[in-house]
Write a protein that binds this ligand. Sequence first.
Ligand code: SF4
Length: 340
Amino acid sequence: MTGRRLPVDGLGAYLHCPRQYEFAHVHGLAGDDEEAVETRQVELLRTVICDALRTGETEPRPLANAAIARLAERWPERDDRFHSMAQRRHERRALEATIRAYVEAVGPTHARGVTQLRNAADGDVIGPALSLSATVSLPDAGEDENAAVTVDATVDYVFEDGPSITGVRFVPTLAPLGPLRYRSKWDGDVAELFVDHFDPDADRFEPDAVASLLETAVVLEGLRDLRDRLELEASTCRYVLAPLADRSNDAVDWVRETVETSLEVVDLTDVFLDHHTFGLTHEHRNRTVERRLREVLAAIVPGEFDPGPAWDRISARSCPGCAYAVGCADHVAAEVRFDG
Ligand code: SF4
């Protein structure tokens, strides 16, 4: 970590395994790049959708046409190695279908909200990758202003949504959310999942879902900062994820050469906020998640990267798919012990 700053995805790496965080974010070692194609697809689509939002179009067809026209301009830059021209044409049709699905699901509502916000406030609200940050005080910091860490995150655009401003981030899929995707409140399953993940006596290991809640805390704090800079202090803040590389809903007609798909966005605000903290602050906050965020950062700052008491869960769940397994002394030592 440099200058007490870290990217929000470092939290997810740390939750999967502190040693993984050390390899990626302290030593800067690149892992396996298996998701590169998916990542490039999201990068291209997030750019063309943001460009379409910037046109000010708010009706479905013109908005979709603006994004698809922009895709046509950018498409020649895409240099992925496709097996054939037919596959290349299919990939483009799949991206166009994703644009249409985005427009059908939320596009016009979000576009109107973006336009309202641009008219009401003086500031950039369309990305892609608008920077947000949250400065988090470490536990027991007292008056020590240096005992704080800035966590950097991004959203792709922000729109006005009734009493709220909402940050939207495009992601490949919603799969990492796990059960959060199907829940609408913090109390119950979600609170249990979160607490159990950190309980050394519980067998639960949910790094992706927990990381999403920590990320929500960071993004909402960053949005509150943006809201204040835009002089919209009366608004609350919300955080939405929109998947752009989820092929599970694709319907492909290979004879007619058509692709149709659908897209579902998830608002993480409702599973994040706890009503007690909301009652006290009138902000979308969660005291349990925010306290845990401070504790995780307090472990990262001094370099506590030993997998420690979570080793059994890490070795069973994180090591098998870890990009650093070949050079990882913890993993290799455990394998040797096992073989011996
Ligand atoms: S191989 Fe296992 S212990 Fe090593 S960094 Fe990866 S997850 Fe952590």
